[in-house]
Design a protein around this ligand. Sequence first.
Ligand SMILES: [Zn+2]
Length: 292
Amino acid sequence: MGHEQFEEAVALYAIEALEPQERAALESHVASGCQECRAALAEYQEVAALLPYGLRSQPVPHQVKSHLMQAFRRDFPDTESDREKAVKMSAAIEHTPRAPAFGGFFGLFARPALGLACVVLLIGMTVYVLSLRTDMQKVLAERQQLQTTLRGELSDLRAQIAQRDRETADLRKEVAQREEIMTFMRSPNMKVVALSGLQAKSAGGFLLFDPQNRKAFFYAFNMPSLPPGKTYQLWAIMDRPVSAGTFDTDAGRKGRMLVDSVPGDVKKFAVSMEPQGGMPQPTGHLYLVGQL
Ligand SMILES: [Zn+2]
């Protein structure tokens, strides 16, 4: 086999489209010291390396090969009998080259056919790359959709956790308050002061008072609803009233409050309605009053 035949097979070698026997023949030709083929091979391999990574390991599609062979049929001068040629063609197409067909296969690579082969291969590769890109875009779109869904679920979960945190905090506060009331109830010095309603007769309250540590728990019920900007204020009355704190009522018109330090020598307790934030001295009507 001559140098020219090998030179034309170099391009197919670079994209790994040669059969093992053909490949071996070309390799031994290059190894035997043909500098031209070595240089051409290096050049084609450089181009082949730029093709998508997965493409080089793909076999040349059957359709591409038959296009190639049809082109050969047109370009190759009819110097052999049809029967001989048919044997070589089918051997080449089926990719099961036998010894007699082997040399003929290389011989078929006339230059115009090689040019056409490159065009056909290029079209095949372009279609392949485009389909890869479409697949990739689909995968990316699906991933984006998934991310959006997950983000939505995550924010729902966060909202649920925040809601539960609030409920837990409320429960803790309630438990703490109950424990504090229980402490009052257990105290042997505990005194109970009942307060009765003045404006609304059904209103009432009581005060659990421990004179030893000066702490008190106050509870009021059936209190008239507070107008906006108003609050109830508890007074410890000795010679004059001293504020013991303000409290609002809940939806059930109940109010409760812990008093940290009840002034000494207290004789009476009273509740008045005052502007929000409370006043230094009572300014509004008295709603509850009770004697120690
Ligand atoms: Zn050569």
